[in-house]
Design a protein around this ligand. Structure first.
Ligand code: ZN
Length: 328
């Protein structure tokens, strides 16, 4: 396969601390021989494992970038046993635009893995991660939140995997992250995800959903910062003990999602974390084009607690309206 067109200004194998960019050539109207410049930091100390920490895989999710730009600034290679590769804004064009997908090619980075070296800008980013960053990593932490359209109970998560030993290592890393909630996660559509590619390579992969609404809260940023440091301690890369704040485990079983049956004005009837019973209305959708129409109710698909909800005031048919998770 052809090499990646992305050129790193930092030596991924060097010791010490380096700040630089992954430069992706991008020829366009306003910059003929221009580039997409993806910030990267490599902090390497004594020989040990490698952690790859990424934020803004989706461009409108902010806890990851807030935690990781700071961690890149503060981490001291002298205290590390191992290496930390930090890419705080993985889909840089999307991050700079404040959108989930890239404004260049509409690419949803987390649906384009393993990527292509001769593909779109977003596919080229995925390909570089797959072929240059993932092979170097033992442990991957990819931060997500709900973005502009969802809001989540703050949780760290790993997936159900075919290999029970790999799954156990991933769940131990989730527990070490120490979010208020920990999720054994199931995806709506796992094809093309960073997660799936990393897991297929045998990596310990931890993801998060730390809030949403296209912003970050003080609480969720604190969770992100503590979680990243905890994970590095768990891996033995940072010295010290994991700060254990206690976490509550949740499952996302089959049928945990509720989707909007129509367009309209979205009214949530219960807040995140509330206990719900199967069949109980958790939200309703009001008509916006006329008066005199009864709202349509959205029922909880399961007994459990509300783990995610649609965030904007308006909703479209087919949008994810609610997710009910089950305490494990
Ligand atoms: Zn995301």
């Amino acid at each position: 396969m052809r090499p990646s067109p992305i050129v790193s200004s930092v030596d991924l194998e060097a010791k010490g601390k380096q700040h630089g960019h992954l430069r992706l050539p991008h020829s366009r109207d306003d910059s003929a021989w221009g580039s997409v410049m993806i910030p990267v930091a490599v902090i390497a100390g004594a020989p040990g494992p490698t952690a790859l920490l990424t934020g803004a895989n989706h461009g409108d999710e902010y806890e990851g970038p807030l935690a990781l730009f700071e961690l890149a600034r503060l981490l001291d290679p002298e205290v590390l046993t191992g290496r930390v590769i930090i890419v705080p804004a993985l889909n840089t064009p999307a991050f700079q635009a404040g959108t989930r997908t890239s404004p260049i090619d509409r690419g949803n980075l987390n649906r384009l893995f393993p990527g292509r070296p001769d593909g779109t800008v977003t596919e080229k980013i995925a390909d570089f991660v797959t072929r240059e960053l993932l092979p170097r990593a033992d442990l991957v932490l990819d931060f997500h939140s709900g973005g502009r359209t969802l809001d989540f109970l703050p949780f760290a998560a790993a997936h159900e995997l075919d290999d029970p030993e790999q799954e156990a290592r991933a769940m131990a890393a989730v527990a070490a992250f120490g979010a208020p909630w920990s999720m054994r996660m199931r995806e709506i559509d796992a094809v093309g995800m960073f997660d799936t590619t990393a897991e297929a390579m045998g990596k310990v992969f931890v993801t998060t959903e730390l809030g949403g609404g296209g912003t970050a809260r003080a609480e969720t940023v604190a969770i992100a910062r503590r979680g990243a440091s905890n994970l590095l301690r768990h891996a033995g890369i940072l010295p010290g003990e994991v700060e254990d704040q206690g976490t509550r485990w949740l499952d996302m079983p089959d049928g945990c999602f509720a989707f909007a049956p129509r367009d309209g004005l979205f009214e949530t009837l219960v807040d995140l974390g509330a206990e719900v019973r199967a069949g109980e209305p958790v939200a309703r959708i009001h008509a916006t084009d006329r008066t005199g129409v009864a709202p349509e109710e959205i029922a909880a698909p399961l007994d459990g607690l509300l783990a995610a909800r649609h965030f904007p005031g308006l909703i479209r048919i087919g949008d994810c309206a609610a997710v009910v998770a089950v305490p494990a």
